[in-house]
Design a protein around this ligand. Sequence first.
Ligand code: CAA
Length: 380
Amino acid sequence: MDLTLTPEHEALVAMVREFAARDVKPIAAQLDREARFPKELVATMGQLGLMGIEVPVELGGSGLDPIAYVLAMEEVSAACASTGVIMSVNNSLVCDPLLKFADEAQKQRWLVPLASGERLGCFMLSEPEAGSDAAAQKTTATPDGDGWVIDGTKNWITNGPQADTGILFCMTDRAAGHRGISAFIIDMNAPGVRRGHKDDKLGIRGSHSSQIMFDEHRVGREQLLGKVGEGFKIAMATLDCGRIGIAAQALGIARAAFEAAAGYACVRRTFGKRVVDHQAIGFQLADMETELEAARLLTLRAAAMKHAGQRHSRESAMAKLYASEVANRLAKAAIQIHGGNGYVTEFPVERHYRDAKITEIYEGTSEIQRVVIAADLLRA
Ligand code: CAA
């Protein structure tokens, strides 16, 4: 598989790296400290074409490929993991399923403003009692005239407090199990949609999540995404792509932790020499860089397979599983290399450590990634 970057990829990386260094990294610690949603960064990302990277230009996006998406996600997330996930949800969990499953009228109405960054999206699958077991949906859509009435509660919805548009999964036929789940496009400001308080989280504190409550919320037939009963497959196919985005976010966090640790080890002195000159630390940095590169290759391979139109459930799960575990290992090692300075907020590595944890949980825990990989191995 050829993973050589094109001149277009190189130009994108240069542009995003500049944006991340100028606008994102300088305020990342403040966003974390104040748990503040970076509205201004989201607006700039829209102007830079980062909110609908793979959406064709004529539909408001940048018309780039999945590799470009991974490269941009790594750059933004290395500067601020909160900003990274806001971008990732809009790109892979909202624009992607609309691009694949929406009809032409739906694309014009919903996708164009999302891909151009005019509106922000959220993905509503999880419920208080349906996280890993995504088919155990309790939210219902009951037929009513030429549409449905929706009732129920969604949980941990990233971008929930700010989103204008959402993709909702719920039961249209409980007796049919996962084949009774359908997907709908939701106007988040319409009557019968209520947002809960934002969650108080360990990490990615600049990205907000909340419950979303549906109380006799009415949707028309034109808001059905795909066909009735196709919702679970739409959710699973969407997560196959979303997991590439989270792998790239984890890669960004891991890189930031590695760079901070390597930089610190080169200036801090103990026992008459630089910390990096103690072989124990030099070897640790060598292992960190090797793991980082392996995670990057797995992530780029999953993106290349998506680009080639190949099934990539297993490869996305492997990329997300490995990159998220690398992010956690590297962030922990970065704190250790910093010693006492790693434990205080004056240095960025304690934030990377807190931000890394969620990448082993959302869009499928590490255990769920192993379920997906094992099931695919048995199928082969
Ligand atoms: N693509 C298309 N169809 C798929 C598929 C895929 N990748 N994976 C499964 N399916 C289909 C199967 O073929 C099967 O189809 P049939 O109707 O023909 O039988 C159907 O879906 C059911 O498949 P399973 O029997 O494998 O389903 P399951 O109930 O055992 O669940 C699971 C499988 C992998 C555990 C799934 O429940 C899962 O992924 N859980 C984790 C959910 C998750 O990742 N949630 C994240 C929420 S979003 C989020 O986190 C966003 C955020 O904050 C950033």
